[in-house]
Design a protein around this ligand. Sequence first.
Ligand code: DMJ
Length: 643
Amino acid sequence: MQPPSRQDYVSLSLPGLESGGYNNSKQWRRQSCWRKWKQLSRLQRSLILCIVVLLFIFGLATYPTVTEHLRGLGDGEQDTDSKDIPGPTFPPLLPEPDKMAQSALPEQTSQRKLSTESRPVLHNHLQRRGNASEVVAENKAAVVKEDLEEGVTGWHGPLVDTNQATGGAKSKEKDDSPDDQEAKLPQDSEASRLEEVRQAFRHAWNGYKQFSWGHDELRPISKTYSEWFGLGLTLIDALDTMWLLGLKEEFEEARAWVATELTFDKNVDVNLFESTIRILGGLLSTYHLTGDALFLDKAKDIGSRLMPAFNTPSKIPYSDVNIGKGIAHPPRWTSDSTLSEVTSIQLEFRELGRLTQDPQYEAAVDEVMKQIHKLDGKQDGLVPMFINTNNGQFTHQGVYTLGARADSYYEYLLKQWIQGGKKDHQLLEDYLQAIEGVKKNLLQKSSPHGLTFVGELSHGQFSPKMDHLVCFLPGTLALGAHNGLPADHMDLAKELMETCYQMYVQMETGLSPEIVHFNMHEGSTRDIEVKLADRHNLLRPETVESLFYLYRFTEDHKYQEWGWEILQNFNKYTKVPSGGYTSINNVRDPEYPSPRDKMESFFLGETLKYLYLLFSHDPDLVSLDQYVFNTEAHPLPIWPTAA
Ligand code: DMJ
């Protein structure tokens, strides 16, 4: 058969393409547009120009800074050399839930010293109620309409009278004297606050149980669920929280689901980092707290199924793995992995390696750290946000942040050093250098009140933008100081803790937005600005996490008070009457914070756990000298020092 001749094809003639090709075509289109424009009336032209100008102004007002366009999943970090791994030995198991719940309802609050520090001379949200943005009012109507169309009738703002109960928000309108503080801390405050967290957990759990049992995340407003990996993410993330809170019944029903329903033999793509910190971390931690081998078996299963991620030309892991097929791949649009994601899986895989005595796990994650330790492209210990899985080189160089895509790299440098018995000097050096890098490049003071904050650097240009995610840093700095690192780390931790608290207290709902920008110009009237696109709150844990560390190490009750206020505001603005808590769109509108209809698994895995630990006066309830928390708040044992 003859191949078709050129004439067999249909030929299309387009005006402008026939005689002169692409350039003439463009010219033709330009002329045609211009003719059409001239045919419009003056009014029509003015209207179009107005719309273009408005769109331009709106675009400028909401255009994301340095890293926001790259924003996505998590954070990360770490490094280490292979070590001699001693046979598994465990720190003492914690008491059974019932017993623990009782021992956590004690009487010795008076032994603790009361803070004599006065309150920060800054704003509180009660004083700023009138400042909600006008734009919010416009948005509100649209959202209410949308919710009504979806059949949402149960949402309202306040559910809890913030003036009730002990201490907290009410007294913030004046500076506290020591007497005031004493008044806020009756003998039973610890017990009642712990019970309040348990109630919050039960409420969240009831929503999950009713509407999303066995699925990944609760959508509490629409009373359904969302699936991410299809692995019961919230249930697994919440296991050790239930154990620690003494919620035995809830724990047992969740355990039964893990025993009978949970299977990883599924044709699903999971994100390596997220499934490591939430699932592998959650199972390992629950195994250590309970001694129940079911959780270790499940941890081994998911751990081995994640390993194909490390089969890359560079040994820098891909972001995604199909755990059923054993095939890993990068995201569709790039062969890069996120820095924090490849450097915040080390605590978990190292522990899995120790428990199984299988060297492949630690070797794989150590290799990542070794490569990153050696790479060029860091600035004073600060790392770029992406790394290429083919050639193992940093990409998108010149952008440095402690927020999304880099955060837990710094956290895991310190925590791996602690996990391994403080022997790996390379990890320690990288951590110390990075903190010096933060001080030199990213630390600034706001105006007018001089809040210390951590901004971002993009190709030499400083941006006063700070993610809520950065609020892990006060806790990490305090943990380092507790482990013998320079005392000025603790000073910085306290300053940043104050800033993170102000990110809550200066909002009308008393809840922090996802991102803030700090004013640095003399004459500014307020320290913190929030862009329209950044006003959401996802029920994130970082601030209450740091409050927990700060309280543990200083015993200053003000940190408990701050956490108490935050819990009350979560109850007031994010609790959904039919069950569960929801992330919200607008922390600046106390009348209608606009629910997003999602309860992230970390609200149960992290936020409520850290609040519970913050309100407990028992330093042995997950001792920080025996356990190190992974970046999803799952405690893993600090390895016994080899003899
Ligand atoms: C969690 O999954 C982890 O804390 C992670 O390190 C950062 N993001 C969320 C919580 O905000």
